[in-house]
Design a protein around this ligand. Structure first.
Ligand code: HEM
Ligand code: HEM
Ligand SMILES: [Fe+2]
Length: 445
């Protein structure tokens, strides 16, 4: 099926920008990964802290581009009406692109301000808020003008409203380090283990509906369960970051219990996907999009659910806090949940926008497995590094730098799997930018 609403096309530039920025993220990922082995690489032009900042900021920016593009594609079909203002969407697109690019380029010239993930200079932060407000206004107006409002569209709206509201804590920079960290997590944790999860659940439901042909009522029931579990566990679950930063001791109990059950919404997404695919009413020709969709549920369950649970209890986190165990979880969780759901939406939506059949399925399926397996191996390498680090540094009391010298094997492996990840990405992007125009025909036989 091709797109039904002309204004859905406005999603296209958002997806293109997302892909280009994704490339940038990975280039800088390879640079920081290489700097772990050759610390002088690119010094002093691009030191580690700056390259790392660019790696993780590009990640967040491309994901938000992907979220916005996905929302512009999804909304018209969900609410049965065109996007309220395509012009506003395009203005908002360019403002975000210029703002985002300025921020990233600025980092290279040491123009940054703030804490990890929130290093954007004040003016850029203001621009980001304006862009997001323009987007949310467009979204609300589209929903008001549309013929209906579905649960998927409402959950998506709540997700974006939350994204905007919690970002405001990026402006609050108290001098006291405990208070500072306390609110920093209101952006970082309440995003990825709260409102972004709603955005993901909305996209997942939309994709499963389109790809399996199952009744909307079934999907909606699952969506309510996932949203309920997310709020119930994720909000108080913030306590798993309040064990050792000078916050009251009761957080060790509350954080442990609630974050332990944060696995539940991710498990529910896996059950939801398998149920829907198992009972599918038809086989959608875009099998790759279905693979990315189920992949998001499974990989986020592994990265966020399993790798998150692994270090979320204070008895364990006491040893693992801030080690490579944290980085291993951060990678599989961010990739499995948010990168993969955006790639799933792109795989489904972009061929429709181009009015051609699904893209080259073999290439896309190869890209999925290459990227997923590489990221799993990056995660395992970092887990290995983390185990060595915890033992030598936290249990035997070896110094930080001495410990690092015993971890180079794992850093080498991380870089190798970073390269294989890049191969998968190149295949995905080749298919994205040079689609197989005979794709539809290819699928039919
Ligand atoms: C898709 C969802 C998730 C994403 C994207 C994510 C990402 C991250 C990232 C990037 C960090 C490192 C932050 C930093 O210090 O710079 C982190 C820390 C942490 N995450 Fe997650 N996470 C997710 C879900 C979860 C879940 C469900 C749990 C628990 C079951 C969890 C448990 C933790 C814990 C305990 C830490 C702190 C580690 C430490 O003490 O160093 N995460 N997460
Ligand atoms: C080519 C593949 C990649 C390589 C070599 C790589 C390498 C790195 C390195 C060296 C760091 C700094 C870790 C530290 O400070 O100790 C880092 C941080 C990070 N990267 Fe990657 N990365 C890659 C791909 C990705 C992807 C695909 C994602 C997510 C979609 C991602 C998300 C993150 C996050 C969230 C952090 C911050 C982690 C934390 O604070 O614990 N990276 N990466
Ligand atoms: Fe968290």
């Amino acid at each position: 099926m091709k797109y039904q609403y002309e204004s859905q096309r406005v999603a296209y530039p958002f997806f293109i920008a997302a892909m280009l920025l994704f490339v940038g993220q990975i280039v800088f990922g390879l640079i920081v990964g290489a700097q772990y082995l050759w610390p002088d690489l690119l010094f002093p032009a691009v030191p580690f802290n700056i390259a790392r900042m660019i790696h993780i900021n590009l990640l967040v920016v491309w994901l938000i581009f992907g979220f916005m593009g996905s929302a512009y594609y999804l909304l018209p079909e969900e609410v049965e009406g065109e996007v309220y203002s395509v012009k506003l969407a395009l203005v908002q697109f360019w403002l975000f692109l210029v703002g985002g690019a300025t921020a990233i380029a600025g980092y290279l010239f040491r123009w940054h301000d703030g804490r990890e993930f929130l290093e954007q200079p004040f003016m850029i932060k203001v621009a980001i808020v304006i862009v997001v407000l323009m987007f949310i206004f467009n979204m609300i107006m589209t929903m008001i003008k549309g013929r209906r409002r579905t649960s998927i569209s409402i959950v998506l709206l709540i997700g974006f409203l939350g994204l905007a509201v919690f970002y405001l804590f990026a402006f609050y920079k108290p001098a006291n380090m405990t208070v500072d960290k306390f609110y920093w997590w209101w952006v970082v944790h309440l995003w990825v283990e709260g409102v972004w999860e709603l955005i993901m659940a909305a996209f997942l439901s939309f994709l499963l509906l389109k790809l399996t042909g199952i009744d909307r009522e079934v999907a909606e029931k699952w969506l309510y369960v996932i949203v309920g579990l997310t709020f119930f566990t994720g909000i108080i679950g913030t306590g798993h970051h309040y064990y050792w930063i000078g916050t009251p001791a009761f957080w060790q109990t509350w954080g442990a219990w609630f974050s332990a059950i944060e696995v539940a919404p991710f498990a529910a997404m896996v059950a939801f996907s398998f149920k829907m695919v198992g009972k599918r009413a038809r086989n959608h020709p875009n099998r790759a999009a279905a693979l990315w969709t189920v992949g998001a549920a499974v990989l986020s369950f592994l990265g966020a659910g399993v790798w998150g649970f692994m270090h979320t209890l204070p008895q364990i986190n006491y040893y693992t806090h801030g080690t490579q165990i944290t980085a291993s979880h951060g990678h599989l969780a961010f990739f499995g949940a948010y990168a993969v759901i955006v790639l799933a939406m792109a795989s489904y939506a972009v061929p429709n926008i181009r009015k051609i059949g699904p893209t080259h399925q073999k290439a896309e399926i190869f890209a999925f497995w290459t990227m997923a397996v590489s990221m799993a191996l990056i995660t395992l390498s970092l887990t290995g590094a983390g185990i060595v680090q915890v033992y030598l540094q936290r249990i035997l009391g070896m110094s930080y730098m001495d410990t690092q010298s015993h971890m180079t094997l794992f850093y080498g492996l991380r870089l190798i799997f970073g390269v294989t990840f890049t191969v998968g990405l190149v295949v995905y992007l080749y298919d994205f930018f040079f689609p197989n125009r005979a794709g539809a025909a290819l699928i039919e036989d």
